[in-house]
Design a protein around this ligand. Structure first.
Ligand code: XMP
Length: 512
């Protein structure tokens, strides 16, 4: 396996993605990780990430000495390269020729990193982003590729198996970057590339059994990808020692609650408590229009109801959660300042402490699409595994203003038509998230010979890789016309359809 030491680059996670895609297990740790912990992890190679700091500043992050003491292969990327050079006796200067974005490197010599991908004498496109640059190599290193702004674009000390690249091989803008990383992990560090989802599944099942023993586990199930995969995996490991609790807050989409119950009880034979708490939630939300109060009310009630059901079951020592890797990476932050709460996201945080339970988090080493792959490995239906994300507070945050059963019903029908058309057009998988929003506005229309005065709705569809930023999905006009016409004709009470063309930022994906 490979260890990635993080110096705070925005794209460190992509290094991990590329390494895992090549069948090699890896983890990301902060550069401050303890030397003993690094030794104990016993990596076959270490990758040093990029980072926003300047190696020339007095308090610049340093590479732990243990990295070089272990005499294993090391690849430094951008900041990692510069820090390596400086610490091994080379020189780095801040450059007046800053390079950002696309650049070209000329390959001067053969190098183990280039095997099968880059040829001597060739020119390759790469993605650069740096201000400082190496000006003098440490003893033992040679230059193997250059660029206009970075005469030391790729350097190597093949005796000690130390490599440095000034550009970012992990991003797609470096077309052969993945091959370079693969050469490092496979050819230089000697990893075999046998890490697979089936292997992960077996390892994780063994781990769950060991952690839980004969104890009992409860798991909050929402019908979303993460909690579904976690539940099925844990069920494979410990069978009926697991009970799932599905808190139905009454703000799910059409047919969703039935599908969850049918899938988990019917198909997987998992013990499932289905608590229909819609009255409780809708009563508490009566008259609430402020988005943050909606979110907090739903979050609080969710925890209360979940806890009530857990107490009824009695005696569980473990709480399962579908926490993913991006949530647990110990992030390196150089900005320090407090971040602003844009929205208070809904989860069951705080429960394990309150209930004195231990956590079981079998997905905490996986990225979202790896979770999907694991779900397929576990035979979870594609309708769940490939499903768009759906927020914890549900349709509540897609109805600006106060929420009523009638409005929920109207929104469900609009949403169903939109998604039906998206599926029929074969667009579902190309879209990160698509949904309808019920607007708190009535507008005038004409249908047949009559005047209408009904509600307006908005459609939203975005592409994204992680929900942090998003682009509007560019439907063709014919598609939008078809959807709009179906909605107005089939959903009584809606007479106007708009398409939200705001990207994120400045908009957020949800309306509240
Ligand atoms: P925003 O609206 O913040 O959404 O751009 C980003 C992603 O997060 C989802 N989302 C939530 N998910 N609980 C969740 O589990 C929440 O409270 C919540 N709010 C937003 C949203 O659907 C999108 O995928």
């Amino acid at each position: 396996r490979i260890l990635i030491l993080d110096f705070g680059s925005q794209v460190t996670q992509l290094i991990a993605r590329r390494v895992r895609e090549s069948g090699v297990y890896c983890e990301i740790w902060p550069f401050t990780a303890d030397a003993e912990r690094i030794r104990a992890f016993a990596p076959r190679g270490i990758i040093l990430s990029g980072g926003p700091a300047s190696v020339l500043s007095p308090d610049a992050p340093r590479i732990p000495e243990v990295v070089f003491d272990m005499a294993i292969p090391v690849l430094g990327i951008c900041y990692g390269q510069q820090a390596m050079c400086l610490q091994l006796g080379g020189q780095v200067e801040s450059s007046d020729h800053r390079e950002f974005g696309r650049a070209f490197v000329d390959i001067l010599e053969d190098c183990a990193l280039f095997r099968g991908a880059w040829a001597r004498g060739g020119r390759e496109q790469v993605w650069m982003s740096h201000g400082d640059r190496v000006t003098e190599l440490p003893p033992g290193f040679r230059i193997v590729a250059v660029s206009e702004g970075a005469p030391f674009a790729v350097i190597a000390d093949e005796g000690r198996r130390l490599y440095g690249v000034q550009f970012h091989p992990e991003v797609v803008h470096t077309p052969h970057g993945a091959a370079l990383l693969r050469n490092f992990t496979h050819n230089v560090a000697g990893c075999t590339g046998t890490w697979t989802m089936a292997g992960f599944r077996d390892m994780e099942i063994a781990r769950i059994r060991e952690q839980v023993g004969s104890g009992r586990v409860i798991c909050g199930l929402s019908g979303g990808v993460d909690s579904s995969v976690a539940a099925v995996l844990i069920h494979e490991a410990i069978g009926d020692q697991l009970t799932c609790i599905f808190v139905d807050h009454g703000m799910l989409r059409a047919g969703e609650a039935e599908e969850v119950v049918e899938t988990f009880r019917g198909r997987f034979n998992i013990q499932l408590v289905h608590r229909d708490a819609s009255d409780l939630f809708l009563n508490a939300l009566d008259g609430v229009t402020d988005p943050e109060i909606k979110r907090k009310t739903i979050g609080r009630l969710f925890v209360e109801v979940f806890e009530e059901e857990a107490v009824k079951l009695g005696g569980a020592q473990f709480l399962a959660q579908g926490t993913l890797y991006p949530d647990v990476i110990e992030s390196v932050s150089f900005t320090g300042g407090p971040s602003v709460t844009i929205k208070s996201h809904h989860n069951v945080g705080g429960l394990p402490e309150r209930m004195n339970m231990q956590l079981v988090e079998p997905l905490r080493e996986l990225f979202k699409d790896e979770v999907r792959e694991l779900g397929r490995e576990l035979d979870i239906p594609e309708t769940i595994v490939g499903r768009h994300p759906f927020p914890g507070p549900g349709l509540a945050i897609r109805i600006p203003g106060n929420i009523t059963r009638e409005k929920l019903d109207l929104l469900r029908r609009v949403d169903s038509v939109f998604l039906e058309e998206i599926r029929a057009a074969g667009l579902y998988d190309a879209i990160w998230q698509a949904f309808a929003v019920l607007l708190p506005v009535r507008t005038v229309g004409v249908m047949g010979d009559g005047r209408t005065y009904d509600q307006a709705c908005a459609l939203r569809a975005v592409t994204s890789t992680d929900g942090m930023t998003a682009d509007v999905y560019p439907f063709d006009m014919g598609f939008l016309n078809r959807v709009a016409s179906r909605i107005v004709n089939e959903v009584r009470g809606i007479n106007r359809v708009t398409y939200d063309i705001t990207s994120k930022p400045p908009g957020t994906i949800e309306w509240e």
